[in-house]
Structure formats: structure tokens, C-alpha cells
Design a protein around this ligand. Sequence first.
Ligand code: MN
Ligand code: MN
Length: 313
Amino acid sequence: MGYRPADAMAFPRFEGISTFMRLPYVQDLQGVDAAIVGIPFDTGATYRAGARFGPQAVRNGSRLLRPYNPGLKVEIFEHLSVIDYGDLPVVPGFIQESYDKIVEGLEPVHRAGVVPIGVGGDHSIVLAELRAAAAVHGPLGLAHFDSHSDTWDAYWGQRYTHGTPFLRAIEEGLLDPARSIQVGMRGSLYDAGDLQEADRLGLEMIATDELFDLGMDATAERVRRRTGDGPTFVSFDIDFVDPSFAPGTGTPEIAGPSTREVIRLLRGLRGVNAVALDVVEVLPAYDVAEITAMTAANVIFEFLSLLALRRAG
Ligand code: MN
Ligand code: MN
């Protein structure tokens, strides 16, 4: 029997030190299938700062989660041994030093055959997460849910921010663009050329208007087809969700999907070969009644359910 959450019938869910879903806090990777890894770095933010407090908020927001997913009909911890690995040490204010520490922290997780689920932190961290994953698995497919493409070249002359990680990742050869797809882009842009960037880079893009035209199931099918069977990174920026459902984030964009639609979309990703996943940009100082933190926690719950189903075969 692997690692599983505390029994809510023995210990009520408001009890205990906060870990994700009240999983054991463990740093030994033996007998582990997936690990929740906090990455509390927010120096890459270009607008509101404060996502460094995301991991602790998401852990608190995860307390109510129960182990069975009725939508996907899976008892997660019958198939999956999961731990809360704690937080990686970062260097606030210093992005390159933090990247090095994140890679150093995540590479052993991949080498142990464990799937890390990163909890940010702003989206700049994904470059380091991708470096660690690609070092072990080679170039990755990408399923990227976000209201922004995060493929801009630079802000104020700086090439490493939360708006640039996927362009850097392609330049570094960490991603296979032919197996990569971005979903959810919307909102105002700097200029008309911003939308051509995905084409130029060879990425597939389903912007929010098309997402609603297609519907959640057909969009999920497109994501599965694009990423195929190869190793894939799933990156979920919480600003993909409409800000009425997830106000606690750094660069909110209106007119996005509801949490109900998001859950439907994620449940359609069954079969994706995710070797790493993350949820980023939760900024609790702007949250209301923990709704953003709970949304992020539920996204991770769906991730765990998908991993469990894949493991169950
Ligand atoms: Mn993003
Ligand atoms: Mn975003």
C-alpha cells in the first residue's frame, strides 16, 4: 500500500498541518508515483506579485478533497502512491539562481520515476520544470492551459519572466512543437502579431473563442491527438479560468471558462502521457473566500485522477 491522505473519518479535515490533501510530507522517493512540489517563486511576475504564497494557499484549499473521483470513476490512491514533497528552496529576486535550484530539486524526482506536480509560483518556473523533465525524458509534448501564450520574447529587455518561458523552452529544445498545444488565449494583446507567434513556432493554438465553439470534449480530443503517446508536460495557469471563479491571480483576463467547464475539459484528457504537471499563478492576496485556491486544488485532484487511471490501465 502506498502513501495516501489522512483518514477523514479518524481525523476531521480541518485538523493537521497543511499538506496537499493531507498527504504525508515525505522526502524519500521510494515507493512513490507522484509528488506535490511547491515552487514558491514570483520574481518573474510582470504585473501583480505574490504568487510565492500560492503553494501554502493551495494546500489549505485542498483539505476538503475526498479520495474518490465520481466523474472519472477512480479511487485515486488504490492506484497511485502520492506524497507532498514540500517546497523547493528558491532565491527571491534572482531568477537564474532559482532556476538552478528548481532543476536541482526536480531532476532526482524524474530520475526516481516519480511524476512531479508543481505548485507555483508564477509561470516563469515552468522553464526550470521543463529543463528538469527534458533532461530525463528528452523533448516533451506540451498541453498548456492559460489565457496568455507566454511566448513573448522579452519585457523591459529581460528575457526570463512569466511571459516568456515557452519561447525560451522551444529555443532550448525542451519542447517538441509538433506535439505541443496551447489552449485558452484571450484578452487584449500588444499587437496583431502576437497571435501569429504560435504558428511561427509550430505550436497548435485553441484560443478561447474557438474553445467555446468546439466545446470542452472536442477540445480535449484535440489536445490528446496533438500530444500523442509521447512524454508530455501539462501546464495549467489558473488565469485560464474566468476571474469570477479564480480572482486570486496575477494577470486576470475576463470571459473565460467556468470551473465546471474546466473540470469537463480536464476529464477529457484521459490517456495523456503526463510525466510532469503544474498549476501556477495562484495569488492568495487577491483571492476571495479561498475560491481560487480551491479551484487550483481541484485541478490537481483531476490531474491525480488522470494519473491513477493511466496507472490502472
Ligand atoms: Mn502563464
Ligand atoms: Mn496567464
